[in-house]
Write a protein that binds this ligand. Structure first.
Ligand code: UN1
Length: 510
């Protein structure tokens, strides 16, 4: 059971907490600000309030971030890694109280909240290690007595705009890499989940003050998303990383893209499909699909939304999925046996119901679920829908809720065509024991997504891999592999150590 007051007190979160922080200015004022409620999706109750950050706060944060970056860029990268490692350690030490805050903000079960925070800790360890490995290649010069290599340098101030579904992990995936890269970080979280951001900022403050550092990490939470446009149009933001819907992603790309030299990194909508062929282990597939579709109440950008199944096994798989879905308890995250919590807010419930109604109007059959759960809070049933064409509007769209459309196919080429016929390109999967089918799915003629999984669900990306996708997902990559390069600028260096120039014989100084 979560004791709300203890959870808030642990992080010194006030009944009306300021919405902006930077090291020199401290927390912003609360008077004269529009205060918005932090709502608990589990029962629709107000937990506390946040005094909206405003444009003046933004300007202070930005000036400090620019100034701090001038120092930070000259701090050796492994020392920058120590800050990130310390923040990870603090998250680990405060795991239970922070998990309570994540759960209060999002409605996630404590199990899922802990899982997200474990990802933050892993990310800090990886980024701290990476800080010692910001490698550039050495190249062979065509010229005699010249040395060439490329080196990676900081960009400047990085803006991170994150979505509500992973209020801690998405910041960590971006912020830790941005910081080890020598950038300072301004975080604009979703106002739907302000408490997690405030609690994390408190931990950052402790780590920064222990190391006597200026505003490396700062926070800006306006109540209105339109104030986020300050970050988009500000030429002092060198890199803007955005996680959220594709419709907002277009706006980010347009505004940031107006200035050449500024960068944006987009991790937008997914409409993730999982192919199940006639050779698949169907029980494994059903478990993986349930985990991918119902986990986090279907509110992951990687959630499984479409199952593309071979005709010969469609009936069997549908029946297994029905059994699997019915065993996952969706309930109040404060209840011991609740694996999955509610949706984030009332609008998310409306979007869910609209998608279900549209599916029915287009001739779809609800195999299980399909209804809102009648209790306080934003609960809906895990839902399976068959009988729709892959072109149906609701199948083409990303509805952030636990709805899965089951579509049948005859040949694997047809399955891949159905799989790729959506605008989004984040995560994908195939369940098969056939080598040819696996390799076709992973070939240039296969999945067009940034992430491809075999015999696994589409969610739960390993932080060691680069995370992101193609098409309307936006092309950005965060987390592992060489994603750190996205937070730095490359410089090709050439050094003439021999003292000779190409025009030695033409230019005479006698
Ligand atoms: C998101 O849902 O916006 O791999 C990103 C996963 C999660 C996704 C986080 N790490 O499913």
């Amino acid at each position: 059971m979560i004791d709300i007051q203890t959870a808030l007190d642990n992080f010194d979160i006030k009944p009306v907490h300021p919405g902006a922080y930077s090291s020199n200015s401290g927390w912003s004022a609360t008077e004269g600000r529009d205060a918005f409620e932090a709502t608990n999706p589990a029962d629709d109750s107000a937990i506390s309030k946040v005094a909206s950050a405003n444009a003046d706060d933004y300007e202070k944060i930005m000036c400090e971030a620019v100034q701090a970056q001038k120092e930070w860029r000259m701090v050796p990268a492994p020392t920058r890694g120590e800050l990130v490692a310390r923040i990870g350690q603090l998250v680990s030490e405060n795991m239970e109280s922070l998990a309570a805050i994540v759960s209060l903000d999002t409605g996630k079960s404590l199990m899922e909240a802990r899982g997200e925070l474990a990802e933050v800790v892993d990310m800090s360890i990886m980024a701290a290690g990476q800080s010692r490995m910001l490698y550039g290649f050495t190249q062979q010069s065509l010229r005699r007595e010249h040395r060439m290599y490329d080196q990676w340098l900081p960009l400047g101030v990085a803006g991170i705009i994150s979505a509500y579904n992973f209020p801690a992990a998405v910041w960590a995936q971006n912020g830790f890499l941005a910081a080890i890269a020598g950038n300072t970080v301004i975080w604009k979280p979703s106002p739907k989940v302000p408490l997690t951001a405030i609690a994390i900022q408190m931990l950052c403050n402790k780590a920064m003050s222990e190391m006597d550092l200026p505003s490396i990490f700062s926070l800006f939470i306006p109540s209105e998303n339109n104030l986020a446009e300050l970050l988009l149009s500000d030429s002092r933001i060198a890199l803007l990383s955005f996680t959220g819907s594709s419709s907002v992603g277009y706006k980010v790309a347009q505004i940031v893209g107006q200035d050449l030299g500024r960068r944006y990194m987009l991790e937008c909508s997914g409409n993730n499909g999982c192919i199940v062929d006639e050779t698949a282990d169907l029980e494994l597939a059903a478990r993986s699909i349930a985990f991918g579709a119902v986990g986090t109440t279907g509110q992951r950008c990687t959630s499984t939304r479409r199952v593309i199944v071979h005709k010969s096994v469609a009936e069997k798989l549908t029946s297994l999925l029905k059994q699997a879905f019915s065993q996952i308890k969706i309930g109040d995250p404060r209840e011991q046996d609740a694996v999955v919590g509610p949706l984030v807010d009332r609008q998310a419930v409306r979007d869910y119901s609209e998608a279900v109604q549209q599916a029915q109007a287009l001739g779809g059959t609800i195999v299980c679920g399909g209804k809102e759960i009648d209790r306080p809070g934003y609960y809906v049933e895990a839902t399976l829908i068959t009988g729709l064409s892959s072109n149906a509007e609701c199948v083409q769209e990303e509805t952030f809720s636990p709805i899965v459309y089951i579509i049948e196919y005859d040949s694997l080429n047809e399955a891949i065509e159905i799989h790729n016929c959506v605008a989004q390109g984040l995560a994908s999967g195939i369940h098969t024991t056939n080598l040819y089918n696996t390799e076709l799915f992973l070939s240039a003629a296969g999945s067009d997504c940034g992430i491809a999984k075999v015999n696994m669900g589409t969610t739960g990306a390993d932080i060691g891999a680069a995370f992101g996708g193609e098409k309307e997902t936006g092309g950005g990559r965060t987390a592992g592999s060489d994603a750190w390069k996205g937070y730095m600028r490359r410089q090709s260096v050439c050094i003439n150590w021999g003292g000779k120039s190409p025009w030695d014989n033409r230019i005479n100084f006698d």
